[in-house]
Design a protein around this ligand. Structure first.
Ligand SMILES: [Zn+2]
Length: 368
């Protein structure tokens, strides 16, 4: 909605015309307070007044809402959320907290978190992560609304893009440290070209894919990673998705089929998630040093932490930590043994281009 003319605004303020509430607010330069047109406070001198089409615009210009007429309450919930999101994106480098964000709007941090997720499909924290996505940045540059740009970039709950690996960016440190209390995790295992493989998934996606000697050892590992979850063996009929993913991963190892693109449930510290997300974006057949990954995630000196993040990866192959080598090109370590790492690298070096192409084809077919 466009701002009425300055004359109309001034007249509305002088007559405290409530019909203009919601159409504009006015800021008072001498007090840096802003009001709705009908505010019962005595209006300041006309030369001290400034007009804004929304409360958000007044707040951005440095005015505070009047405690008497509560002009910020004329702002629609969606407008507030859009404004807060813009603010968050503009200040992403400073990594603002939920409290910082809540201070810019009318809600408590908890309320904000809830409304934000309902509106955008992701949390403010996840929006911060999304600001690093090139697709998202490009969409915003083209003038897209944030809700649309988020979908375009493949984030957000309503975007059911098949195989979008960044759809689930993990959970808050608090909930993963709780060991997945109250959650059900389904698991299944199979023999693959690289040995016995167990895969497990939450409602969100695959949270575990590990090699081991036998099912008992693998189950013990799964239990250790998610000590408070209810673990359930998954007959194919109960979690057919899991069975499909496990088969696809096995086919990938056995028959050079494309690496399956499945939803992931990444759980870790902020730095671990950054490292794993970086790995998800690496090309088949590519190789990266620990310090290269550290630079890429903006933590130049953290190559040791990167190495630990790779070692802590519990989703083999799908989060391709096997592509990270020491600076000299030696294999360095691998959670599931150097023989497996060597085999995976050799497979990718041989079949890289073909697999990359096949992956693209697969996605195109599904999105048609
Ligand atoms: Zn007022």
């Amino acid at each position: 909605m466009s701002l009425p003319s300055p004359e109309e605004c001034l007249h509305a303020v002088q007559t405290r015309d409530a019909r203009f509430d919601g159409r504009f607010v006015y800021g008072v330069l001498s007090t840096t307070i802003f009001c709705r047109p009908s505010c019962p406070s005595r209006p300041a001198r006309p030369e001290h007044l400034r007009w804004f089409d929304t409360p958000g615009a007044a707040i951005n210009a440095g005015f505070r809402p009047c405690k008497r007429c509560r002009p910020e309450q004329t702002e629609q919930s969606d407008q507030i959320l859009e404004r807060l999101s813009r603010w968050l994106i503009e200040h992403a480098d400073a990594n603002p907290s939920l409290d910082d964000l809540a201070a810019m709007g009318p809600w408590s941090p908890t309320q904000l978190q809830k409304r934000f997720k309902a509106w955008l499909g992701i949390s403010p924290k996840q929006l911060l992560d999304a600001t690093r996505s090139e697709v998202f940045k490009a969409a915003l540059k083209r003038g897209m609304r944030i809700t649309d740009a988020i979908m375009e970039a493949g984030f957000g709950s309503s975007s059911r893009v098949y195989g979008e690996p960044l759809r689930h960016l993990g959970m808050s440190p608090k909930s993963w440290r709780s060991g997945a209390a109250g959650e059900q995790i389904f698991f299944a295992s199979t023999d693959t070209a690289l040995g016995r493989l167990m895969m497990a998934a939450t409602e969100t996606g695959v949270c575990f894919a590990e090699f081991g000697t036998d099912d008992a050892a693998l189950l013990a590992k799964l239990r250790q990673e998610f000590p408070n979850a209810t673990l359930r063996e998954s007959p194919a009929r109960e979690s057919s998705e899991l069975a499909t993913w496990l088969q696809a991963l096995s086919d990938h190892l056995e028959h050079d089929q494309p690496r399956p693109n499945v939803p992931l449930d990444l759980r870790g510290t902020a730095l671990q998630i950054k490292v794993w997300r970086f790995l998800l974006g690496t090309e088949i057949g590519s190789r990266h040093s620990y310090s290269e990954v550290a630079r890429a995630i903006g933590a130049d000196k953290a190559h040791r932490a990167v190495a630990s993040a790779c070692a802590a990866n519990r989703i083999a192959i799908l989060v391709p930590c096997h592509r990270v080598l020491s600076a000299s090109g030696s294999l360095a370590g691998y959670r599931w043994g150097l023989a497996r790492k060597r085999a995976l690298l050799a497979q990718e070096a041989l079949a890289g281009p073909a697999l990359a192409q096949a992956t693209t084809t697969q996605q195109n077919v599904v999105s048609d």
